[in-house]
Design a protein around this ligand. Structure first.
Ligand SMILES: [Zn+2]
Length: 510
């Protein structure tokens, strides 16, 4: 079978970055990624150096890339970027470009970020981006980079687990970068899991196996049973970060080394019980999110058997409140879905939300419409010219050859214009699709939460309820919403959506 073909797109926005090895780092990382995926590099990377990153149109190499990828002859399956924001700093434009490429069967992949490219993953990312953008807009400043915010945004804030490393470069350069897979240790950890999943070898045998493959040389210490246990228990390797400090899971932006399936199998084979703990977490998706109204502690989970069934509870750890501050998991989940339903924006509120969040998209669409009108005008003009040429030829002002030459020139310009017009139309169309995703998802948060897997569930929960939920009198309530959802809620409860809630001034596009 032929290898899928890939190209690399590199970009630095600041001319001073061209000087240091930033482009080389990007390039090397992307090449390793292509190698690890078994793709074939189709040609040398496309490079945009030191141009303004604000708008895609100022980047000649990007345009070249689009032309190259949309040409069927080149048979490109993947465009690899170092990070998605290398593609475009403007989120919407990035998504539009992604949608544009996908129309030609070309998929955009990031060499350093692990968010899955399945439709839900993409849509969820769209929502997160919109929310982040809106939060920023309302706060009038960038989100702070404190640990909790970073963690909630999918960044690992501590020492990378064995098999991962920080990207090279200055500390400031690395800020906001996800961990990347270490070239030497990453593959060994992957082998460890894959062998473990087969269920043939013991922990000791697995340790011996990776030692034989050179583990000590790269890690500085030999692998032993304890180290194998430590590695295998970490959900980080399949994309789910866990912060013991806050007892919180979060979908990470790093690229997973293995699938969840492999992780489960390995854990089941080596620990048996450990994998059951993971299943318990699945029974309690709100674990870590609910706090006790009496003592402020985090609720824990409990399973009780009785009357022929098992009863699942979220309850306060403290003996003093355990009886009062507990809620059946079933009820908690039902109430949680009801809360999500109340976050559904009213149609009028959605309009306002659109105005704020999608103002950039609106500008993009507006720009497209103007461009189309201009192209149409020019085509009309050229058609008139063509009639003029025929008339001049009839009157004998132009010879047949002269008329033919002029007509050909005009016709080729019309064809070129029609092609560029169809490009603009596609761009406008895709912009509307991306926008539709976000609207649809804002309107169906409860359905969404019900159907996504656990890491995505928890990511969504953290995004909407940064301070968690409160358990009181055997039910749960919210404990403050993230900025954007607060705004939606306030507007929903007001009679007129045009009244701006106190303290939050929407920044209308200037
Ligand atoms: Zn309590």
């Amino acid at each position: 079978m032929e290898k899928p073909r890939a190209v690399i797109y590199l970009r630095v926005s600041d001319p001073s970055q061209v000087e240091n090895n930033s482009l080389k780092t990007q390039s090397d990382t992307c090449k390793q990624y292509i190698l690890s995926k078994g793709y074939e590099l189709a040609r040398e990377p496309f490079r945009d150096e030191g141009f303004s990153a604000k708008h895609t149109s100022t980047r000649p190499a990007l345009q070249e890339l689009f032309q190259y990828c949309t040409n069927k002859k080149n048979q490109i399956s993947y465009v690899i970027v170092y990070r998605i924001d290398r593609f475009s700093r403007n989120t919407q434009e990035g998504l539009v470009a992604e949608a544009f490429l996908s129309k030609y069967g070309v998929e955009l992949q990031s060499a350093t970020e692990g968010i899955s490219r399945d439709p839900t993953g993409t849509m969820l990312k769209t929502i997160f981006f919109s929310i982040a953008q809106w939060d920023n807009e309302m706060k009038g400043l960038r989100v702070g980079d404190n640990q909790k915010t970073m963690f909630n945004d999918g960044y690992w804030c501590w020492k990378p687990p064995i098999g991962y490393r920080r990207p090279y470069g200055m500390k400031s350069d690395r800020k906001g970068n996800a961990c990347i897979i270490d070239d030497n240790l990453g593959p060994l950890v992957k082998i460890l899991f894959e062998e473990g999943a087969k269920g043939i070898q013991t922990k000791q045998a697995l340790a011996n196996y990776i030692n034989k493959l050179g583990f000590e040389k790269y890690h500085g210490k030999k692998a032993d049973v304890n180290l194998v246990s430590k590695i295998v228990s970490k959900t980080f390797y399949y994309g789910l970060m866990y912060a013991p400090k806050w007892k919180k899971y979060q979908l990470g932006l790093h690229q997973p080394l293995i699938s969840e399936d492999i992780w489960q199998k390995t854990n089941k084979n080596l620990f048996g019980r450990k994998a059951n703990i993971m299943n318990d977490i699945k029974l309690f998706p709100l674990k870590g999110l609910i706090y006790c109204s009496t003592c402020g502690g985090r609720l824990t989970t409990s399973k009780a058997r009785g009357n022929g069934g098992s009863y699942l509870y979220y309850e306060c750890k403290s003996k003093k409140c355990a009886k009062n501050q507990r809620i059946m998991a079933r009820d908690a989940h039902k109430t949680f879905l009801d809360i999500l339903k109340t976050l559904k924006p009213k149609p009028t509120v959605l309009k306002l939300f659109e105005h704020l969040v999608f103002s950039d998209w609106d500008k993009l669409i507006e720009g497209c419409k103007k461009q189309i009108a201009m192209i149409d005008n020019r085509i009309d003009q050229l058609n008139n010219d063509l009639t003029g040429v025929t008339k001049s030829n009839d009157k004998g002002i132009l010879t047949d050859d002269e008329a033919k030459e002029r007509a050909n020139k005009i016709r080729s310009e019309v064809v070129a214009l029609k092609i560029s017009k169809s490009d603009v139309v596609i761009e406008q169309y895709d912009t509307e699709i991306v926008r539709g995703f976000t609207e649809n998802f804002l309107n169906n948060l409860d359905n969404l939460w019900n159907h996504i897997d656990l890491p995505k569930k928890q990511a969504l929960q953290n995004k909407i309820f940064p301070n968690g939920l409160i358990c009181e009198n055997h039910t749960i309530r919210t404990n403050g919403l993230s900025q954007s959802f607060q705004y939606i809620e306030e507007l929903n409860t007001q009679n007129s959506p045009l009244v701006t809630p106190r303290g939050i001034g929407p920044r209308l596009p200037g």
